[in-house]
Design a protein around this ligand. Structure first.
Ligand code: HEM
Length: 578
């Protein structure tokens, strides 16, 4: 997941958690004192104006302190990295104090170098079990032995989910308090976030929203060419799934039409695409990618706040979860935190899975037709039970009248397609932090690869060690939904695209509904679509359909260009809202 955005804190406490070093600077700032760095630099400046600064002992003392801090930060890893343990430490960092920067810029390449390719582990077993490394002063053990460590990773109560992501995965930044000061509200914080998310995407809301979800999908399809279209999923399916997520989690004003939703979508990806090492571990350094990330977050946050304030000022009411938050007196800041965090959690995986699911399906026309027929049968039966004449219904009517219970019934073939898409896409790292708190339930001893994880250390689970592991899956790089019928991926931790145990995905039900709705509408409206190369028009098959680039964790760009090519767009000529 790739993917977790429930860190809703104010800006300062977010920084405190992200960066222990910078928290020193911050504490001094917030207490009203001048930070030491500022005091020191102004002293140097005043000395320099007297042109004797080079010989001044103060200058040399300050320079020595700064140099020591720099050396300490760049070259000295935490002492516990190198300890007597069955897990080997990573020793090859150029700057051992920072650790391997490629863990962020080229994550899967880095992990493959350390462990070997999971696709060949049945013939060349992993070079080692577990890897301990430093990531900017934080010790982290990476899990690659699924059978030994998955249970611990997903169930150990001493492993904290939120701190894992807050430190190791650039969390959801908030609009800085100095731009928009508002006191914290009851709805803020992790508990408030979870409570709101459960309400925003609960069964009742999903039931009520099905007609709007279908309307959004059909309106979107109407904008595609009427004949012979070639769809780039990043320009079509991605914004569509974004819009559906905004419908449930964000403000109706944004969800109403695809053009308005772009006011959020562009900055969202600007933010999500710039969460590398520097943005994660040095969030205050104006590094180019960090600046882009902050600009994206601030634009998004400002857009949400502006729209919210406008609604309140005009006394307008909307039918969305945000309205419920307004009605119970939640502050603007806590609403904004919820929407930002919720969208971040909701969008990254749903967009990729919805888009790639179609690319996979349309690379196998027999399977594509089988899935469409399976859906058609279920929806026809549902229409007959309601007393509708299925064949005379429009696409919108066919799908929007289907109750949630029917969307959630068994679609056995489709289910294997979805699972296979999830298996191939979910290959990144997920995080935890070992925290010994006064509570008895967290006082566990956590063993990973037979090593004891110390207090405040991190553990991360490499999903590719499960989903691409040739000891678990035959021919792991092939899109082959029939593998599940052969019993592949049934063991503990072997198939965990939604997580497992204590933090299994909270948005799974909503994600499955929106993805299935997009897929059903697409297959009905564009029945003859093929996944083709835009360069030579050649159709891909399940054997050669390009997989997502393993380093494109958020956007899932394919390794070779691929478009969805269809013959006729059946809804293109229909008037609006039909
Ligand atoms: C295809 C779509 C999705 C996939 C594959 C997915 C995957 C995951 C995974 C793997 C985890 C567990 C991470 C871990 O253990 O560290 C997770 C957790 C979570 N997901 Fe999803 N997710 C999806 C969609 C969504 C959506 C649509 C939402 C919200 C609307 C959402 C909200 C969450 C939240 C809040 C958690 C954290 C649960 C907790 O704290 O206990 N996810 N997801």
């Amino acid at each position: 997941m790739s993917s977790i955005g429930k860190q809703c804190h104010d800006f300062y406490s977010w920084l405190l958690l992200c960066d222990d070093g910078l928290s020193f600077f911050q504490k001094n700032t917030t207490s009203g004192e001048r930070p030491i760095a500022t005091m020191a630099s102004s002293r140097i400046f005043s000395i320099s104006s007297e042109s004797t600064f080079i010989s001044s002992p103060i200058f040399w003392t300050v320079a020595a302190i700064l140099a020591s801090i720099l050396i300490y930060n760049l070259f000295l890893p935490p002492a516990s990295l190198h300890r007597s343990s069955p897990v080997k430490p990573y020793r090859l960092s150029l700057l051992p104090g920072l650790g391997p920067l490629t863990l962020y810029s080229q994550r899967n390449t880095f992990l493959r170098k350390a462990f070997g390719d999971p696709e060949t582990w049945h013939t060349s077993p992993p070079k080692q079990n577990g890897l301990r490394l430093n990531s900017r002063g934080h010790v982290m053990t990476i899990v690659n032995d699924v059978s030994a460590d998955a249970k611990t990773f997903f169930n150990d109560r001493g492993l904290d989910f939120n701190q894992g992501y807050e430190v190791m995965f650039a969390g959801v930044p908030q609009l800085p308090a100095w731009i928009a000061p508002t006191p914290p509200a009851e709805d803020a914080g992790i508990d408030g976030f979870v409570m709101n998310l459960k309400q925003a995407i609960g069964g009742q809301r999903l039931t009520e929203t099905i007609p709007d979800i279908v309307r959004i999908i059909v309106e979107n399809f109407k904008t595609y060419p009427s004949e012979g279209g070639e769809l780039d999923v990043h320009k079509t399916i991605y914004p569509l799934v974004f819009q559906i997520s905004v419908l449930l989690i964000g403000l109706q004003e944004h969800a109403r039409d695809i053009n308005t939703v772009k006011a959020l979508e562009t900055p969202f990806w600007e933010f999500a695409d710039n969460t590398g090492f520097m943005a994660t571990h040095f969030p205050l350094l104006p590094w180019p990618s960090t600046v882009k990330k902050w600009i994206g977050a601030i634009k998004m946050s400002t857009e949400i706040r502006k729209t919210l304030e406008k609604r309140k000022k005009e006394g307008r009411r909307e039918n969305d979860h945000v309205q419920e938050m307004i009605d119970r007196g939640a502050s603007t800041k806590s609403i904004e935190d919820f929407v930002m965090g919720g969208l971040f959690a909701a969008i990254i995986n749903s967009t990729g899975v919805a888009a790639y699911g179609l690319i996979f399906l349309c690379s196998n026309p027999e399977l594509r037709d089988e899935v469409r027929n399976e859906m058609d049968e279920v929806f026809r039966r549902s229409a007959e039970e309601r007393g509708d004449d299925y064949d005379s219904l429009s696409l919108t009517e066919k799908l929007s009248r289907v109750p949630l219970s029917v969307w959630e019934t068994d679609f056995p073939t489709y289910q294997t397609v979805l699972d296979e898409t999830l298996r191939l896409l979910l290959i990144s790292l997920i995080f935890r932090r070992k925290l010994l708190t006064p509570s008895k339930v967290t006082q566990t001893t956590t063993h990973i690869s037979s090593d004891v994880i110390r207090n405040r250390e991190f553990v991360s689970f490499w999903l590719a060690a499960a989903h691409r592991n040739s000891n678990i899956y035959s021919d792991p790089l092939k899109f082959d939904p029939t593998r599940f019928a052969r019993g592949e991926g049934k063991g503990d931790g072997e198939f965990v695209p939604w997580g497992a145990g204590r933090h299994i995905c909270l948005g799974m039900r909503f994600a499955k509904l929106e993805i299935k709705a997009v897929h059903a509408a697409f297959l009905f409206n564009f029945p003859d679509t093929r996944s083709v190369s835009p360069q030579d028009g050649k159709a891909f098959s399940s054997d050669d359909v390009p997989l997502p680039d393993q380093e494109s964790e958020h956007r899932r760009y394919p390794t070779k260009p691929v478009v969805l090519k269809y013959g006729t767009n059946h809804v293109s000529k229909l008037p609006a809202n039909e």
